[in-house]
Design a protein around this ligand. Structure first.
Ligand SMILES: CC/C=C\C/C=C/C(=O)SCCNC(=O)CCNC(=O)[C@H](O)C(C)(C)COP(=O)(O)OP(=O)(O)OC[C@H]1O[C@@H](n2cnc3c(N)ncnc32)[C@H](O)[C@@H]1OP(=O)(O)O
Length: 719
């Protein structure tokens, strides 16, 4: 869909029309092809302007079309025809020109952008490369180093930056289409040869080979197994070293490989999953589109430890007035200093003024009396949190939303301490809270849709990807982490080393293996929880067998390290050793290896050879199995919620789509079969027992992930 109008007598105006972002669907491409022909054939028309309706130039190829059979005119010849046109074609860029949208603009002879527009080639984030000539034209237009930056990161740049690069010819604060039309009239009789980017030489710095080598190394290091960034570098190298036509052929080959790769499918699934989580629903039937949030102007944070500080910074940076409360004088002073430092560093990076004046500090909980929403971030102790909620309920306005940053405690028990339990929800941030994108919004049985909608909206305003989840121990993320951690410990008992387990998980694509991650977050955190739960009681005289607790297999390895003061990075010793406390460079620790040998000997455990496959299957499939239980229990509404939580909160490699999508790509029958195998070998590990929903999905013929909700609904209705 595209519309044609003749303006100012001699300009053919083609307007892309495909809401919401004027993506280049088959119909839009057909429209462009037809209308270009019309404009070129009308003798009165001397030049052409291409723009998008509703102030948006174009969001690129229609990602929904990637999954199916492509129809309609292909993009590459369409863009070539525009570039080869005998009349000047001007792109009027408002809003965004992304991916295929920018590639279309690069095929035009001139580009005029509104000052507020953003442009970029984000294909890499979808597992692709700019495969409609973008990888060949952009380096010819703006040079190899800048093109490498834009194409390998997929970052969007402002119009001002685009002008500096020479990516656009002019920017305007006025009506972009009017400016472009006038511009088109002015250049109507200008020669076009020099305006066809594909004919430009690709200007390279003298040390281009070194540059490509450096970029390739950096990209390989940061890609964590993703192949698209590497293909992007290869495509730009083709632009730098080959004639245009051969470069295009290389672009086509690379694109074909990426297009059919599982990674592109995973990343495109994830693109829509990220958007799907905004359309939350609750088992009660309450939904995002029927639940109105209440505006929050002033918020409070209670407890200024690591989490409270990060949350305060996130709120202040987003422009909220914050009352930050810490009852301990010394902690308060330290927190003030730390928060100011974080705000100043953040402001410097973003080139804005630090939001120091947004925060009022206090030692007294009375100071939160007039706020609209409170986020409690005190120590993870139920008795303490209950007390805080009782105080908040007495002090705050009756309409104040009371939220807890607990990472897994029962929201309902907190709600019961208050006058208005319907205004209580969990807001589970991830450390560092001002950096990590994920927010779990946890509704208890009494939480109202109003409270959920308000917390979800607040999350969005402070730049988080918010996922609404039900109330259970550990919510979604930490509940699934438990079997994963447990399997990692069992693998050590059975003969693996922390280095090997971590290596396998890092090769899979996690930013950090499970043991390096535990050392970073502190082994004492989980230990305290296990002590409180009555699990970490190592004394055999207490009558508990060391490796069996509460009727199931238990590994006390983490507890034993904590008893020795090995809390991880902060103490300089954990699953690894570090040069000094606080150092981040993990080194294998011979002490730990001897400790594991002695432990196995003490418990008559015979070490066996554990391979990559066993590490991956046991750690990941037990976690995935818990994910299916979570779906079965209605704690997450759909697999997308779990996948988004794992990618944004637990460094699951995005190019594998998230744990539930990964299970679908492995094949649900295979996951089921391997879980059955491991459960048979370890019948005292309930997390390995395949859950009902997984069995049901396999029995239903393993439908595609987009159809799981139908099976989940059926299973839940039978419960
Ligand atoms: C042979 C050559 C083949 C290919 C070469 C070209 C490849 C490409 O062009 S790949 C696509 C490149 N473009 C992008 O990656 C842009 C993706 N979109 C975005 O980044 C954002 O959506 C946005 C910046 C364009 C707008 O952001 P925002 O205002 O926050 O809105 P939403 O993200 O919620 O999006 C609204 C709505 O639009 C849907 N959508 C956005 N872009 C596309 C698209 N390119 N194709 C299809 N649909 C798109 C998005 O899913 C939202 O809808 P839903 O809420 O229903 O999911």
């Amino acid at each position: 869909m595209a519309q044609y109008t003749r303006v100012s007598g001699s300009v053919g105006l083609i307007t892309l029309q495909s809401p919401p972002v004027n993506a280049l669907s088959a119909a839009v491409r057909q429209g462009i092809v037809d209308l270009m022909q019309r404009a070129l054939s009308e003798p009165e028309v001397k030049s052409v302007v291409i723009c998008g309706q509703n102030g948006i130039f174009c969001g690129g190829a229609d990602i929904k079309e990637f999954g199916g059979q492509m129809s309609g005119p292909p993009l590459i010849p369409m863009i070539h025809a525009i570039e080869a046109a005998s009349k000047p074609v001007v792109a009027a860029i408002e809003g965004i020109a992304l991916g295929g949208g920018l590639e279309l603009a690069l095929g035009c002879h001139y580009r005029i952008a509104h000052s507020k527009a953003r442009v970029g080639l984000p294909e890499v984030t979808l597992g692709l490369l700019p495969g409609a000539g973008g990888s060949q034209r952009l380096p010819r237009l703006i040079g190899v180093p800048a093109a490498l930056d834009l194409i390998t990161t997929g970052r969007h740049v402002t119009a001002a930056e685009a002008l500096k690069f020479g990516l656009v010819d002019q920017i305007t604060d006025h009506n972009t289409v009017n400016v472009a039309v006038k511009f088109a009239q002015r250049v109507a009789d200008q020669p076009l040869d020099a305006r066809r980017i594909s004919t430009h030489p690709c200007l390279c710095p003298s040390d281009v080979a070194v540059l490509f080598e450096e970029v390739m190394q950096r990209v390989r290091r940061t890609a964590r197994g993703a192949i698209a960034p590497i293909a992007c570098v290869q495509a730009v190298r083709a632009a730098a070293t080959l004639p245009y036509n051969q470069g295009m052929e290389r672009e086509r080959e690379l694109m074909a490989t990426l297009f059919t790769s599982g990674q592109a499918r995973a990343l495109q699934y994830f693109f829509f999953a990220q958007r799907a989580v905004g359309r939350w629903s609750m088992p009660s039937g309450a939904r995002w589109d029927t639940s109105k949030p209440r505006p929050v102007h002033k918020a409070a944070v209670i407890g200024l430890g690591t989490m409270g500080r990060g949350i305060t910074v996130a709120l202040a940076q987003a422009g909220f007035s914050v009352v930050a409360v810490e009852t301990q004088e010394k902690q308060l002073m330290e927190a003030k200093q730390a928060i100011s430092g974080m705000l100043e560093r953040g402001a410097k990076r973003r080139g804005v003024a630090p939001a120091l004046d947004k925060i009022n500090y206090g030692r007294n909980i009375q100071s939160v009396a007039d706020v609209d929403l409170v986020i409690e971030a005190v120590f993870e102790d139920m008795a303490l949190k209950k007390k805080v909620f009782q105080q908040l309920s007495a002090v705050c306005k009756p309409s104040t939303f009371l939220c807890s940053n607990t990472s897994g405690l029962d929201i309902d028990q907190l709600a019961c301490q208050t006058r208005n339990p319907e205004l209580v929800v969990g807001m589970h941030f991830f450390a560092p809270a001002h950096v990590m994108k994920l927010l779990e919004v946890v509704y208890g049985p009494k939480s109202s849709p109003l409270a959920v909608a308000t917390a979800m909206q607040l999350g969005k305003k402070i730049g988080k990807v918010s996922v609404a989840v039900g109330n259970c121990r550990g919510f979604v993320g930490n509940r699934m982490l438990k079997p994963y951690l447990e399997q990692a410990l069992f693998l050590l008992e059975e003969g693996a080393t922390p280095e090997f387990v971590d290596q396998v998980l890092e090769e899979f694509g996690f930013a950090m293996g499970v043991f390096r991650m535990s050392d970073l977050s502190g082994l004492d955190v989980g230990w305290k929880v296990r002590l409180a739960d009555g699990l970490a009681m190592p004394d055999p005289t207490m009558g508990q067998p060391t490796r069996l607790r509460q009727g199931r297999r238990y590994s006390p390895l983490g507890d034993l390290l904590c008893e020795q003061g090995r809390f991880g990075q902060k103490t300089g010793r954990g699953w690894y050793q570090y040069d000094k406390p606080g150092s981040q460079v993990a080194k294998p620790d011979p002490w730990l290896h001897s400790f594991l040998d002695e432990y196995r000997a003490r418990h008559a455990l015979v070490a066996h050879r554990i391979d990559h496959q066993e590490v991956l299957e046991r750690c990941l499939y037990s976690m995935i199995n818990e994910g299916f239980r979570i779906l079965e229990d209605g704690i997450a509404a759909g697999p997308e919620d779990i996948d988004v939580i794992y990618v944004f909160g637990y460094s699951w490699p995005r190019h594998r789509g998230g744990p539930m999508f990964y299970a679908a790509t492995v094949g649900l029958n295979k996951v089921l079969e391997r879980l059955e195998h491991y459960y048979q070998a370890h019948p005292d590990v309930p997390s390995l027992q395949p859950c009902h929903l997984l069995r049901k999905l396999v029995a239903s013929g393993s439908p595609p992930i987009q159809k799981w909700r139908e099976v989940i609904k059926k299973v839940r209705s039978q419960l």
